[in-house]
Design a protein around this ligand. Structure first.
Ligand code: ADE
Ligand code: ZN
Length: 334
């Protein structure tokens, strides 16, 4: 079997993907047209040419712009369903998906419109493909604490549809401590917590997510490697890091994939997973992330089995669900 086929077939979970980052230009143009919204790029090709980023902020500016054509429940449904089909074609059996409600509520779109469209597509994923999913609501960290509190209030009505609260957007200058109180409230209301940290921000931000936001998982976490004590703690507690190799390359967190720290993280005993982050913008679905990184770092077949198992271990599934998915990975023949 080729490595391509092996990676495509192995059962796996996606734990770090922003639904707005799955929005492919073709669908963006189609939805813009039906909503009578003018996109500032003349063609799909022109838009794709703009996907050349020097850092996180340059990407975020284009990403928020792209999301602005989403108006109706059907738009959120269509974007989510298009992505679910992509996951299914890659043998992704379970997905934990971020959404950024403030990107939409700030433009006057109702919270209920956003979450209902996404939720209906996730329900359909279970019905059509037997795929399990969970939804994680992120606060935009460039906005203030008060806006996060308001967003949490809106989320409470949909408590049953949201498993965890996360934190994303521009990292530098917006430390996790800014959101300590709202995360405390979210936890008191029964949400799990995760946060992006150590993507561009320093190891201190990773410490803060652990000590102040009480996260059970860290999104990215690359810069944790700069602090040995922090690494020891992450290993000892087996706090997962959801790592996104092609995102790291496209946003210049690493200069080339050959220098990506994933293998080093595994060798250190960290519980790491491979994820796609914003596949439409980084031109890499989950399996592309596995494949390109495997080639660049010369990952072994055993490494790939381990990473696929980690993706279930690090998920928010119950212990019995994790075991049954991990058995599927073990039963997968190379
Ligand atoms: N939102 C979407 N992708 C992101 C990333 N890589 N970092 C922070 N916020 C994001
Ligand atoms: Zn992310």
């Amino acid at each position: 079997m080729t490595i391509e086929k092996f990676i495509c077939g192995i059962p796996k979970a996606e734990l770090h993907v922003h639904i707005e980052g799955t929005f492919e230009p073709e669908l963006m143009f189609e939805i813009a047209q039906r909503n009578n919204i003018k996109i500032k790029y003349k063609s799909i090709d022109d838009l794709r040419k703009a996907y050349d980023f020097s850092n996180l902020q340059e990407f975020l500016d284009i990403y928020y712009d792209g999301a602005s054509v989403l108006i109706h429940e059907r738009d959120f449904y269509d974007m989510t369903w298009a992505y679910i089909k992509k996951l299914h074609s890659q043998n992704v059996l379970h997905a934990e998906i971020f959404f950024d409600p403030q990107t939409h509520t700030d433009r006057g779109i109702q919270f209920s419109t956003v979450i209902t469209g996404i939720h209906k597509a996730l329900e359909n994923a279970e019905k059509e493909f037997g795929m399990s999913t969970k939804l994680i609501m992120c606060f935009l960290r460039h906005l203030d604490e008060e806006q996060a509190f308001q967003t949490l209030e809106q989320a409470l009505e949909y408590k049953d549809w949201i498993v965890a609260i996360g934190l994303d957007s521009s990292e530098i200058g917006h430390p996790p401590s800014k959101f300590q109180r709202v995360f405390e409230k979210a936890q008191a209301r029964g949400f799990l917590t995760v946060a992006h940290a150590g993507e561009e921000g320093p190891p201190e931000y990773v410490w803060e997510t652990l000590n102040l936001l009480n996260v059970t998982r860290i999104d990215h976490g690359n810069r944790a490697l700069e602090d040995d004590t922090l690494v020891q703690l992450l290993v000892q507690k087996q706090i997962p890091l959801t790592v996104c190799p092609l995102s790291n390359l496209k946003l210049r967190v690493v200069d080339k994939l050959e220098n990506h720290p994933l293998k080093k993280m595994m060798n250190n005993g960290l519980l790491v997973t491979i994820n796609s982050d914003d596949p439409a913008y980084f031109r890499g679905q989950l399996n592309d992330n596995y494949l390109k990184l495997s080639k660049a770092l010369r990952l072994t077949i055993d490494d790939i089995y381990q990473l696929a198992k980690n993706s279930f271990t690090a998920s928010f599934l119950s212990d019995s669900e994790k075991l049954s998915y991990i058995k599927k990975v073990d039963d997968y023949e190379k």
